[in-house]
Design a protein around this ligand. Structure first.
Ligand SMILES: Nc1ncnc2c1ncn2[C@@H]1O[C@H](COP(=O)(O)OP(=O)(O)OP(=O)(O)O)[C@@H](O)[C@H]1O
Ligand SMILES: [Mg+2]
Length: 392
């Protein structure tokens, strides 16, 4: 598989406002640039009825473009605004990355303060709002479908990690970023978005950190961001897909609240099969389901270099490679190094500094949970800056 550059050709609408900075940024831009007016019309004036979601980057609206295509229009919040040139450069890179398991970026809008991304619209929402929504969805995910989803996501991530040059670390792999098309083919969304955040916002905040349950310990604690951090998040997602449960559920009895902890416990007792979603009513291949959970344990190993690459993960999931059980040791659990406490429900707190001793607070136990890290009383704080390590 390859990256298909220059697919879009230069398609700058003639009615883009003439702003010298925008003009400069637009030279060499190959993606479609929409005017604000076009997107306003497409989304019926960004009407609340068309709002399909809201994330850390801003609001997402459903809209119908002039050519009849249905789009997801992501209006980036003003804080995520950055210079036109950098913005367009990044957008250009993202738009050239195409793969069956990645969401397609149709184009963007840069006008005045507006920074908007236009994606293809995925009919079946995200894994967070369907499989993991606790029964609030009409979709049924049988075992075959779950396997297809796991393999699809793994392929999409392997593509970003190993085929795109320079490689892309997604850094926010989680169920709400796995969208599903009408056939339930998974599409990874929000790749490359992290780079759109201005440098002054490059400290980890809830918006990029996602939920704590997906965070590799070395990323959460030391800010070490490598492909291995994505692989850890993928491992957590894998357990969620097999079990039909969110990674954290504080309504469950202690010991059962953090799914990875539970996975390890059941693995040690050789009872992994207990973790498989009961809503499958036994309609699954037990050996395969346990194998998937073991792959998840490999992906979440505490030591980043002990985690397999995504291409190996694809091979293990598709049975082209054996799972080496002797390499499974206790996974890295953030709860082992943190004092996890639930407080301040429904409140999102950004994290610009990272304390040497801290508590985690969770806003809900749903998939969309935003768990923030907050300094405990007398903690000294140290800045948590992302470090890019090219070696892994
Ligand atoms: N291309 C799309 N097609 C259909 N729905 C989409 C699309 N993109 C986003 N959405 C919907 O909008 C919601 C919000 O997306 P957004 O990426 O802004 O936030 P998030 O992924 O939920 O959280 P975060 O900002 O923390 O990553 C998603 O959960 C999904 O339901
Ligand atoms: Mg998202």
């Amino acid at each position: 598989m390859t990256c298909f550059p220059f697919l879009f050709g230069k398609k700058v609408s003639s009615d883009v406002r003439r702003d010298p900075e925008i003009d400069e940024g637009l030279s060499g831009i190959r993606i479609k640039v929409y005017t604000y007016k076009q997107l306003k019309i497409a989304s019926d004036n960004f009407s609340p009825a068309n709002k399909i979601g809201e994330g850390g980057f801003g609001s997402v609206f459903k809209g119908v473009l002039k050519d009849g295509k249905v789009a997801a229009i992501k209006v980036l919040s003003t804080e995520s605004k950055q210079g036109v040139k950098e913005f367009l450069t990044e957008i250009n890179v993202i738009s050239e990355i195409q793969h069956e398991n990645l969401v397609i970026l149709y184009g963007c809008c840069v006008e005045g303060d507006h920074r908007i991304l236009v994606y293809n619209y995925l009919e079946n929402n995200s894994l967070a709002q369907t499989l993991l929504a606790g029964g609030h969805s009409n979709l049924y995910f049988d075992w075959q479908t779950r396997c297809r989803i796991c393999i699809g996501v793994a392929r999409g991530l392997a593509f970003l990690h190993e085929e795109v040059q320079p490689h892309i670390v997604h850094r926010d792999i989680k169920a709400s970023n796995i969208l599903l098309d009408k056939d339930l083919t998974p599409k990874i969304s929000d790749f490359g978005l992290a780079k759109l955040i201005p440098s002054y916002m490059s400290h980890v905040s809830t918006r990029v950190a996602g939920t704590i349950g997906y965070l590799a310990p070395e990323y959460a604690i030391r800010g070490q961001l490598t492909r291995k951090a994505d692989i850890y998040s993928f491992g957590v997602l894998l357990v969620e897909i097999v079990s039909g449960r969110t990674n954290t559920n504080t309504r469950l009895p202690m010991g059962d609240q953090y799914i990875l902890e539970r996975t390890w416990e059941l693995y040690e007792r050789k009872e992994l099969v207990q973790l498989v979603d009961i809503s499958l009513n036994g309609g699954f291949n037990a050996e395969e389901a346990c194998k998937y959970l073991k792959i998840a344990l490999l992906c979440t190993q505490d030591t980043p270099k002990h985690r397999p690459t995504m291409s190996s993960v694809v091979k293990m999931l598709t049975a082209e490679m054996d799972v080496n059980e002797s390499k499974i040791t206790k996974p890295g659990l953030i709860s082992d190094v943190m004092d996890l406490k639930i407080r301040e429900p429904k409140k999102k707190i950004g994290l610009e500094t990272f304390p040497s001793s801290y508590n985690a607070s969770s806003s809900s136990d749903s998939q969309g949970t935003t768990i923030s890290l907050a300094a405990s009383s007398a903690a000294t704080t140290s800045t948590f800056t992302l470090k890019h390590d090219q070696s892994m």
